[in-house]
Design a protein around this ligand. Structure first.
Ligand code: BG6
Length: 478
């Protein structure tokens, strides 16, 4: 279904995220018929440039970041026609009147802040004070949303001074991923799972977001952040929320976000014994973390494994094990709900041999598998085997698999539709920082040194111990 016509201004329109994700994603929405041809995309940045140069830059980005078979010359030409450029000084006066002149009456106005967080406040102020953005306009902000609770509060306040919360779209691109949304559909669209979705039937939950890339070119930036701020405070906690939350009364922005907020607030404070931090050593993939960031004494983590407890009636006693890291053995992200054993086995098999596992795979090969125990077919007597009920989307969708929108495409279309359900609310972001801040402060106070791990491994050995000591095992990263 096409969205309404809109004017979308992208601050940082020549930057990496814009070239890599935003414009290629918008192109795909146009090619798919979801973005109306009357939409206008305005790149705003500091550099001297003009419409023709900007179109050439974005045309090159489409070629670089989209498969050649996706590029249909007539659609590319139509897309480039929608683009224009304005040179703008975010902290000064230049460019704002030109921008105002470009905004059309009677269409949705959205402003994407793909810039450093220090510019959020100044841009918001200029948009509002110069009458470029009205009470209906939407602003989209990228992570990192702050560095800690205090800075997140300051950012929220600087946006709130000019825009209402209903106009602010804080992106966490994990919420735009196909399977992440499917998690809600599976939980709340079926009778089958929800009755079992609690500590009485679920033994534990594992969330893995493993990457093969290192910190490479963004070493200097990453070293100030680390895995906790880069991945856990936002993406992984959001996944925990979607798994742990109570059913909202409606699939609507505040109902869903109220429930997620309750989960973050129910997280127990972390104990040092429940956390493993790591840094990758030099290996076949490239230099060590310390070399990548150019600081042999860095104590920032590129890997984190944690045992979380959501202390409420539904989850007390069911641990959530989460881990994420760079330069691991595979790019593989998965949520696994590991159910308890049947209370009694009539088949004389050892306990723990057959447990049902619902595995939700975020990437690659998005899909779900439910491990079910059945009788091995044939004459061999009552021998039990585990087989997966497989719901791999690529198979279900066949050739249409490419039509699954990327997270950014979907989220930008939601901005135009005015649907905030998959965006983080200010209080959610603050609650997440309130939980991570003391953990990070603890590491700093103790001068904690992350353990080295081999590239291509599953992380430091201590991470294995985190589950072994509870009599459990991590699932294979693959
Ligand atoms: C980003 C992090 O938010 O997410 C990166 O800053 C990380 O460090 C990326 O690589 C992972 O996203 P995806 O969609 O590739 O899993």
């Amino acid at each position: 279904i096409p969205v309404e016509p809109f004017d979308l201004v992208i601050f940082g329109g020549t930057g990496d995220l814009a070239r890599r994700k935003i414009f290629p994603g918008l192109y795909r929405r146009l090619a798919d018929g979801q973005m109306p041809p009357e939409a206008r995309l305005i790149g705003a940045a500091r550099s001297d440039s003009d419409d023709a140069e900007f179109r050439a830059l974005i045309s090159a980005a489409l070629e670089e970041f989209l498969p050649a078979e996706n590029l249909r010359p007539e659609i590319v030409a139509q897309f480039l026609e929608m683009l224009s450029y304005v040179k703008i000084d975010a902290l000064g006066e230049g460019g704002w009147p030109e921008l105002k002149g470009k905004m059309r009456e009677g269409v949705v106005h959205a402003f994407y802040f793909s810039v450093a967080p220090s510019l959020f406040g100044p841009i918001a102020e200029r948009l509002k004070e110069r009458g470029i953005a009205d009470g209906q306009a939407r602003i989209v902000v990228e992570k990192p949303f702050g560095h800690d609770l205090a800075s997140a509060k300051a950012l929220n306040a600087s946006l709130a001074a000019h825009f209402d919360e209903t106009q602010i779209y804080r992106i966490d691109h994990y919420l735009g991923k196909e399977t992440v949304q499917n998690l809600m559909a599976v939980r709340f669209g079926n009778m089958l799972f929800e009755p079992l979705w609690n500590s009485q039937y679920v033994d534990h939950i594992q969330i893995t977001v493993a990457e093969t890339v290192g910190v490479g070119g963004r070493g200097e930036y990453y070293d100030r952040i680390g895995a906790m701020r880069d991945m856990v405070q936002n993406h992984l906690l959001q996944l925990v929320c979607l798994i742990a939350m109570e059913p909202p009364a409606r699939y609507d922005h505040d109902a869903v976000r109220d429930e997620k907020l309750k989960v973050i607030r129910a997280l127990d404070p972390m104990e040092p014994d429940d956390i493993v931090r790591g840094q990758y050593a030099a290996g076949p993939g490239g230099p060590s973390y310390l070399e990548d960031v150019g600081d042999p004494r860095s104590r920032t983590e590129s890997f984190l494994a944690m045992r979380l407890e959501v202390s409420n009636w539904r989850w007390a006693g069911t641990p959530f094990y989460v881990r994420t890291g760079k330069r691991l053995k595979a790019r593989a992200s998965e949520i696994a709900i590991v159910f308890k054993d049947a209370p009694h086995s009539i088949f004389d098999v050892p306990r723990g041999r057959h447990s049902n596992i619902l595995s939700i795979r975020l990437q690659p090969n998005e899909g779900m598998q439910l491990g079910v125990t059945i009788k091995e077919p044939g004459p061999g007597g009552m021998r039990l085997i585990d087989v997966p009920l497989d719901m791999t989307f690529a198979e279900a969708l066949g050739d249409d698999h490419d039509a699954i929108p990327d997270a950014y495409e979907r989220l930008i279309m939601d901005v135009i539709r005015g649907n905030q359900t998959l965006f983080m609310r200010g209080d959610e972001v603050e609650a997440a920082w309130a939980w991570t801040d003391p953990v990070i402060a603890g590491w700093e106070a103790r001068g904690h040194i992350p353990s080295p791990y081999d590239q291509g491994s599953s992380g430091p050995d201590d991470a294995l111990m985190l589950l072994h000591r509870d009599g459990r095992r991590w699932r294979e990263i693959r």
